[in-house]
Design a protein around this ligand. Sequence first.
Ligand code: ADP
Ligand code: MG
Length: 441
Amino acid sequence: MKEKIIETLKAKLNRRVWDSWFSTFEVKEIGENCVVFQVGNLFIKDWLEMKYGNLIARTLKEVFNRSIDFKIEYAPLQDQPMEDESEPLVRKRPLVLTPLNPIFTFENFVTGPSNMFAYSACLEAAKNPGKYNPLFIYGDVGLGKTHLLQAIGHYLFKHKPELRVVYLTSERFLNELIEAIQRGTTQEFRERYRSKIDVMLLDDVQFLIGKNGIQTELFHTFNELYNAGKQIVICSDRDPQMLDGFQDRLISRFQMGVVVKIEKPDIETCFKIAQKMVMFENGDLPEEVLLLIAEHFNDNLRRLRGAIVKLLMHKQIYNEEIDLSRAKQILSIEPVKPKCKSVETRLFDILCELFNVTPEELKGSCKKDSAIVARQLGMYVAKNYMNLSLRKIAEMFNRSHPTVSNTIQKFEISLRTNKSLESMLNKVKELFREKTAGQLL
Ligand code: ADP
Ligand code: MG
């Protein structure tokens, strides 16, 4: 029965949603009037109740043929902080401990399937600091980790100005510690990070790989903040498990809360991000150019932004018109070339294979039936589906221009009445499509 519930529910959701939200979802027990589910963390529990509650209820009704209640529990991997024990915070004026990029806000973050989970987790962490703790976000360079991390900062400055929020890179954390050691002020350093902040936004933690001393420092800082119910959000370019050379105890701390991956955006999301970036630069670029950029730079949005800035610079400073071909030139994007063989060679390959003839026979004066049909069909395909000029076709088949024209005309007439010619033509088209990945036909 447990399996049936899971299978029925799974069938109603697309894989991406399932992988993002339901990977730790399981049926804990089935009672008379209530089914108890279990998930790996609190954030997912709340999210599932909010977004998928109705769907779960419907699924249960379908499986049991009657309405049945359910509840979702969460089973923390390790001990969670005692939320209520943290002492009330003293109300203070907003304290900007670190400058943030003003553009890196939630409002300016474009969401899509690749980053929805990370976005939601960060927003929830900002709304309820300390609840989903720690929040660990990872993903390749340029996919928006720093943006989201700072968005939490902006949100808190605006909505909870009494909280002391620190955004800092791991590099800075390290440098400050070194400085403190040199000056003999480590005690102050510790105090600052362990007891004088409410939210710690730590970027690029992979920077601390192999640096054991600072990891120990971070471990203690982490524990103090965590035990006091303070929100910790950490970004990294890799999964906590892949932080080679990191102390195990730190890795397991990182995994205690919510771990979220940001994926490469799809082209559509990327296009929207590009539009937004252009807007921030107060510029304007044609849609086809934005699409080109979206397709080309979707693996790194920092490079995407670089490309936009470069194009706008050409437009504004040099007063250039940026159309598709100019954009390609400026960004050194080569047009997609057919891989390896030319399309003409591919056509010959197909004809030779299908009709059991050689290229020489096609180009020469071979009078075999199969060579004659292959030649006619080849010319017809070249003209109608490859858009080649008659001159080019004449060259390919080593014939004169009028001969090609005549042959194609005759072939067209026979095609109308001869079913087997038609099926041969279809076969050639099909093979051609396969070989050229749909490039031309
Ligand atoms: P990371 O920290 O993951 O290397 P960043 O957060 O620095 O990446 O993002 C690189 C650039 O892309 C920044 O200019 C950021 O504003 C932008 N960016 C990334 N993701 C988005 C998004 N979803 N919507 C809008 N801008 C984005
Ligand atoms: Mg970053």
